[in-house]
Ligand binder design. Sequence first.
Ligand code: C5P
Length: 408
Amino acid sequence: MERTTESPRLGGRRILLGITGSIAAYKAAVLCRLLKSAGAEVRVVMTPLAKQFITPLTMATLSKNPILVEFFDPENGAWNSHVSLGEWADCCLIAPATANTLAKMAAGVADNLLLTTYLSARCPVAVAPAMDLDMYAHPATQQNLRTLAERGVRIVEPAEGELASGLTGKGRMAEPDTIAAFVGELLSEKKKSLQGKRFVVTAGATIEPIDPVRFISNHSSGKMGYAIAGELARRGAQVTLVSGRTALPVPEGVDRVDVLSAQEMFEAAAEAFERADGGVMCAAVADYTPVAAADRKLRKGDGELTIALRRTRDIAAELGARKGRRLLVGFALETHDEVAHAEEKLARKNFDFIVLNSLRDAGAGFRGDTNKVSLIDRTGREELPLLSKTEVAARIADRIEALLAPEA
Ligand code: C5P
């Protein structure tokens, strides 16, 4: 079994690794392994010449995905769509990148699958140049690198050292661990993609008083909701976090409103939702509250004690009923018939999508720092791997962004 040490930056991220025809292609094997063991999904596109330097079999085995080289498979005619590859990737990393490929990228030449994928990718792109010192220093190469950098391509500087030619100088591809760290950094830089948007996020457990001392509550830690509020704020949104009692610090840039009961949470959430573009209902709201909280501590007796409970307001369902064009995301924590229950809530509460976590999955649910969820909307279900709650929050924010995008 392969050991994975999930990195918060690379875990669950989709990396398209482009390999071009350079001696340094052998390092792409180690790089691929590093990315995989950090929890990333990797798909490899090779230029035709790259196959002379490292075999597709090696890269397919390490990436656990078939290697793509040609526009279509000559055996069966299956089409390798550069557009869908570009859409799939969270980051396109070309390592090693030869002088030839860099020149074609700068000029917009599209004569192989890797180049067409680069031209249609909308995700961040990084290149790790690898070439002889004179090719690297040549004004044409330097100009191409500047052009690419001006267009937003990130360059992993080559190192100085012994080169395949026997010469010594600058042009040696950066080491795989340096490149993997660079990509991790790149993926954690959040663009201010939600600037000008407002959200309300509910988080944590509500507290329903029985008397001045006791209450009904649940195990929610609030971590998932806090991670979402933090992520939306990092992307530039104005976030009101309506929070039940937790021990968590307020995420940077987030405006927190502290509440105790479901009724208080409803009032705060409904008010903030009025002015919002969307809401994420992450709180574990009590479904029942004592009909009347005693104003003095209940005395214990010998017999059984019955406390009359009444239903609380369903905050999500009420916001769902009045949401109009606003976006609403819900959560479902289930122990059985998970998907059916989540789909029922998606429809009844009028969510745009619902995040399902099952208590049956190891590493999911309360208190922990990881979660394993599926994202369900009216078109289907996307199952995510076990991820840190921060990564899950990033995936949820990605969906929200896509739904708010003008063309959506
Ligand atoms: O019906 P259930 O409690 O399983 O639904 C879960 C979803 O509804 C979550 O998004 C939760 O935050 C929200 N909810 C709510 N108010 C309630 C009960 C649930 O906002 N009273």
